[in-house]
Ligand binder design. Sequence first.
Ligand SMILES: Nc1nc2c(ncn2[C@@H]2O[C@H](COP(=O)(O)OP(=O)(O)OP(=O)(O)O)[C@@H](O)[C@H]2O)c(=O)[nH]1
Length: 472
Amino acid sequence: MSAEHWAEGVDQLLAEIGPVTGASRVWVFQLMEVQSNAVVQDYVFEWAPSEHYRQLNQNRFRFFSSTLEDPVYRRLVEERQAGVSHDFCIPLMPQGPLRSDLENQAIQSTATVPLFFNGHWWGTLGIDDCERPVSWRGPGLDLLEAVGQLIAAALYRDQLNHRSRQIELFHTLANCGVWEISLCNGRLWCSQSLKTLLGYPEAYSRVSLRRMLARLHPEDRAELWARLRALWRIAESTQFRLDGRLRLANRSWIWHELIGEIQCNEVGQPVVVAGLVLDISRRKQDEEQALAASQLDALTGALNRRGMAQHLETIGPATAPRHLILLDIDHFKQVNDTHGHLVGDTLLRMMVERLRHELRPGDGLVRLGGEEFAVLTSGMQDDQALALAERLRRCIADEPFVVQMSEDEPPLKVMMSVSLGVAGQGDEASQATNQLMAQADQALYAAKHAGRNCVLFYHEAIESRAVSLDSE
Ligand SMILES: Nc1nc2c(ncn2[C@@H]2O[C@H](COP(=O)(O)OP(=O)(O)OP(=O)(O)O)[C@@H](O)[C@H]2O)c(=O)[nH]1
């Protein structure tokens, strides 16, 4: 009987034994509920040689309830629950409700076999003969019992198939695999979905633990061992979670969460480690994007102060001279006052674009706030940093910004300029960033003082400021 088409299989089976027995009807009732004074059943399968004998579609057999008030019927039910088969030749039955009920259905003889599933009475397989008052005991009942066992086996297989389909579906939907390692013999078992994920063919019999661990990123493998060793010492059933990168069939490293449980035997010895592997690449991507976004200025896309701290951490303690260029837009208030804040915002964005073009990928462009920016560079000599600052000044001042706010209005041409102060860390790699910032700020202040739209290096700034203070 095909387990995939369990119901069709039962229909076919009934249709095969029906003609062989010459019966008027072969049927299956499914038990719904045994109440204190009644049994509720449903008529679920039927074979009959002609329409005349059909009962399945009659409304009275839909979830029909049979009372247990009749002691004969009550005993019949108790015996069915105990797995007993029955056969009745109706004219030979004692008078009573059961006989009347069978006579009302024009049954002359009948045989029934209880169907068991998971140790419980699941339903009843029956055969009715409306023409012959014969005894079904012997080969007839034996055949019915064999068929009953086939149906129960098919039911069981169907449920197992159903469960394994559900589990595989769950694995697929949840993007997860299941594994289990026996600590007694080091054997690994893994689910079909995990094998597929790792690129093993469906029929592959066993993935070795060594191969599986080789798929885990070396850093994460070390972390896994450290965790397991720590848990080992506690020696009690306990769970752990670890984010790790798995190398998949396509050789890409994909973030997964390993959720495992150490199971101990009765004397507290770890015997099994089992768990799940969940694809968390989407979550990791979202986290990385959120982190990156939290380090960027929302208006211009330049780094914000948090991003600047991260950038400084990434380049580490400077091995090569590091420079900080502070840049402040000249008379930006006037720009806002003349053209409005929206135009001001657009100009800020366009300005950042222009500055980016002059920078190398490793340089950090930071919006410190308002119309003040910083550029962090490393690997340059003082004169190179000064030249870069000068290029930055020119890229803003030399060309007007063309702003098209709406299609109905002509484009605006806005000239802008910036003042810049540069400070260098020189060979003193230990110089703190805020000290560098303070020096660049002094240079910027001096550049503003010197008439704006110019670049001053920290030392020059001091001198020029001294000169200008002298002349004041
Ligand atoms: N459109 C716009 N304007 C901003 C933003 N942040 C700050 N500003 C404006 O930038 C202007 C800064 O003005 P000030 O500090 O007086 O400086 P300034 O007019 O550029 O003059 P100097 O720096 O002395 O050359 C103010 O009008 C702020 O409103 C922003 O995000 N968008």
